[in-house]
Write a protein that binds this ligand. Structure first.
Ligand code: NAD
Ligand code: IPM
Ligand code: MN
Length: 352
């Protein structure tokens, strides 16, 4: 089982170290780890945020475990050299179009959710975010108009096959859960969203057992804090999914808790090839201080074992260890506690 580990920038290496300790503790046979530079680290060492050797390593791997990228020193570089291009480039190069971002309420976090506890307790949702299209990958530039004014633009578009393949992922996910799917768009204004909605409705014919609903993204943002328990699976485009998933994280207590899987259609001898990363970024404001919560990274490792290696039992073991750690009141600063990154890792390992 070839795993490419890309720690990246900021808190990336700190949280990756804890995930690696958890992986080591499982003592799986047949694991080969490869390490590569990405992000600002990749740029500083090799002149590119996604150095060719790192990309080749990821192509050859069965799964990629990704920390975080982003470095304020690099924010004024030309866009193609910025750290974020590493993750965008990998998603594109590996055709990882389906981003699964689960959010569930862990017992013991009732005081830390930004919602009232009785509202937060109902949260058990999965955001299925499209990851290869939308305004992220359209033509974009800052140009100067004939009259001398500068204009920025980013083309938003989805082709029907792109919508269809993510819709299938979402319907199948719903079949394995509570059989409810809410498609989030902005079809009242955007043509891109109208096509999205039309195609989702077409695909729905193949899933008569799933109850499909549609919601505008502004309402969805509101409903997510008003009554999050109404959602089972949410399917949405790249940009809306990015925003709604950060919002969902605070509904369950911290962005340091939310893991993700980015999947495509490549099957290896073990499972589906994928990239696994926390939904949060490199958190430069707390990097190097031992304050980062490693749980999102550790839970991403669990998702990797489940989706890319078919090791459901090991994945569940890790998730239970994280849940028990929280229930026992061991929390980092993001959750109002005082445990350091390593202490949280220690606590998860002890419960494993
Ligand atoms: P961020 O997610 O890095 O941080 C937002 C806030 O949440 C910060 O206050 C941070 O300290 C806190 N936070 C994030 N993760 C945490 C954790 N594990 N434990 C405790 N607190 C945590 O978002 P940002 O500040 O908007 O972006 C910082 C950099 O990260 C930027 O360069 C951005 O582009 C990049 N970014 C990268 C990814 C990725 O690698 N996939 C994702 C999001 C942002
Ligand atoms: C995420 C991040 C990325 C995104 C950035 C770093 C490119 O915010 O994974 O949520 O917008 O997809
Ligand atoms: Mn994001």
């Amino acid at each position: 089982m070839k795993i490419a580990c890309l720690a990246g920038d900021g808190i990336g290496p700190e949280i990756m170290a804890e995930a690696r300790r958890v992986l080591d503790a499982l003592a799986l046979e047949n694991v080969e780890i490869f390490e590569g530079d990405v992000g600002g680290t990749g740029y500083k060492k090799h002149g590119h945020p996604l150095p060719p050797e790192t990309l080749e390593m990821c192509k050859a791997a069965d799964a990629v475990l990704f920390g975080a990228v982003g470095d304020p020193d690099c924010d004024n570089l030309e866009r193609h050299l910025r750290p974020e291009q590493a993750i965008l480039g990998l998603r594109q190069a590996l055709t990882l179009f389906a981003n699964l971002r689960p959010a569930t309420m862990f017992p013991g976090l009732e005081d830390m959710t930004a919602l009232r506890p009785e509202v937060a307790r109902t949260i058990d949702l999965l955001i299925v975010r499209e990851l290869n299209g939308d305004v992220y990958f359209g033509e974009k530039a800052i140009r100067t108009l004939d009259d001398g004014r500068r204009q920025g633009f980013d083309l938003m578009s989805y082709a029907e096959d792109e919508v269809r393949r993510i819709a299938h992922v979402a319907f199948r996910a719903a079949q394995g859960r509570k059989k409810k799917l809410c498609s989030v768009d902005k079809a009242n204004v955007l043509e891109t969203s109208q096509l999205w909605r039309d195609v989702v409705i077409e695909v729905a014919a193949e899933y008569p057992d799933v109850a499909l609903s549609h919601m505008y993204v502004d309402n969805a943002a509101m409903q997510l804090v008003r009554d999050p328990g109404q959602f089972d699976v949410v399917v949405t485009g790249n940009l809306f999914g990015d925003i709604l998933s950060d919002q969902a994280s605070m509904c369950v207590g911290s962005i340091g808790l939310l893991a993700s899987a980015s999947l495509g259609e490549t099957q290896t001898e073990y499972g589906t090839k994928g990239l696994y990363e926390p939904i949060h970024g490199s958190a430069p404001d707390i990097a190097g201080q031992g304050k980062a919560n490693p749980m999102a990274m550790i839970l991403s490792l669990a998702m990797m074992l489940r989706h890319s290696f078919g090791l459901e039992g090991q994945a569940a073991r890790i998730e239970t260890a994280v849940s028990r750690t929280l229930a026992d009141g061991i929390k980092g600063a993001d959750l109002g506690g005082s445990a350091s990154t390593v202490e949280v890792g220690d606590a998860v390992l002890a419960r494993l």
